[in-house]
Design a protein around this ligand. Structure first.
Ligand SMILES: NC(=O)c1ccc[n+]([C@@H]2O[C@H](COP(=O)([O-])OP(=O)(O)OC[C@H]3O[C@@H](n4cnc5c(N)ncnc54)[C@H](OP(=O)(O)O)[C@@H]3O)[C@@H](O)[C@H]2O)c1
Length: 288
């Protein structure tokens, strides 16, 4: 039996992957690729997303359908494996909406195939077997992924192609390097970082990261960089950062693709970032 060719597939049936998939499946065919056939079968039987039971067209890695476009929504450390799976689906392009900086890994695996990393502030988390959407956001895609933006918009998601996607990724990285490790280390919701005793460290992380990110193309002055991080911590005050959720669940964190990416950028500029280096070492130790 031949499987159909899908307009879009999502690799990664976790919190964000299933959140996007449930929205997109309501508007047209969508393939969800899980890590194993057993997981795909369990998804086909039904998974709770929000208050509804979602039955995705789910596949394991051994029986992949073809797809025009593939969105990767696995954790950063699984990017290369997911990209290799994406290639087997013979897509026109592969898009990551992950956190951290993963575009180099994606491009290395994808070779001459169009591959790029966008960003999203859509939110979802796992509550046992259930996925809970935690807030609507904006999804920015690299040029070349207009067709994917159209599919996301058709599903009612706020999405657009951003000509300067590299700058947008740096702005997201700024927020992530400041909020994620601190929240995970002190095991507090984002809003707690706005007050003593965490606020001094939050400010120090932004001050240290800013010159490096600015030199790499961050389109924010120093005061605006601080204001951006404070605004996100305020708007997400009750949320548990994804790195905190990973630490609490005993999962590997995305510290390498977040703080590790910043440290690599700083090293290339000949700059030391002692506070970020300490965060990197401590979080690595926590998730050993
Ligand atoms: N959740 C959010 O609100 C949010 C918001 C913005 C950005 N992001 C980013 O989006 C990405 C995904 O986050 P998430 O919260 O959805 O993570 P998650 O809940 O951990 O989901 C990731 C899923 O990918 C699966 N997976 C891993 N390797 C795979 C492979 N090779 N093939 C197929 N599936 C594979 C995992 O399976 P196993 O469970 O079997 O490992 C898991 O189900 C991360 O980079 C995150 O930072 C998340």
């Amino acid at each position: 039996m031949t499987t159909p060719r899908y307009p879009l597939a999502i690799i990664g049936a976790g919190a964000l992957g299933l959140h996007f998939a449930s929205r997109l499946s309501a508007c047209g065919p969508l393939a969800v690729v899980a890590r194993s056939e057993a997981r795909a079968a369990s998804l086909r039987a039904g998974v709770r997303v929000g208050n509804a039971c979602f039955r995705p067209e789910a596949f394991g890695p051994d029986a992949l359908p073809q797809a025009d476009w593939v969105i990767i929504l696995v954790k950063a450390g699984d990017t290369a494996d997911a990209a290799r799976t994406a290639l087997l689906m013979r897509p026109r392009g592969v898009l990551s909406l992950q956190n951290g900086l993963v575009e180099d890994v994606l491009r290395e695996v994808c070779g001459s195939l169009p591959a790029g990393q966008g960003i999203t502030t859509e939110g979802a988390f796992r509550d046992g077997e259930r996925v809970v959407p935690s807030g609507a956001g904006d999804t920015l895609l690299p040029p070349g992924f207009e067709a994917v933006a159209d599919l996301l918009m058709a599903a009612g998601l706020r999405a657009r192609v951003e000509p300067d996607i590299a700058a947008a990724r740096l702005a997201k990285l700024l927020v992530n390097v400041a909020i994620n490790p601190l929240a995970a280390l002190f095991r507090v919701p984002n809003g707690a970082l706005l007050d003593a005793p965490h606020r001094g460290l939050l400010d120090a992380l932004v001050s240290e990261a800013w010159p490096v990110l600015r030199a790499a193309g961050l389109p924010l002055g120093e005061a605006a960089a601080h204001a951006r991080v404070i605004a996100v911590a305020t708007a997400t005050a009750a949320n548990r950062a994804s790195m905190l959720q990973d630490v609490l669940a005993g999962r590997r964190t995305e510290i390498d693709a977040i703080t590790g990416a910043l440290l690599a950028m700083a090293a290339a500029q000949g700059i030391e970032l002692p506070t970020h280096r300490a965060m990197f070492t401590l979080i690595r130790k926590l998730s050993d």
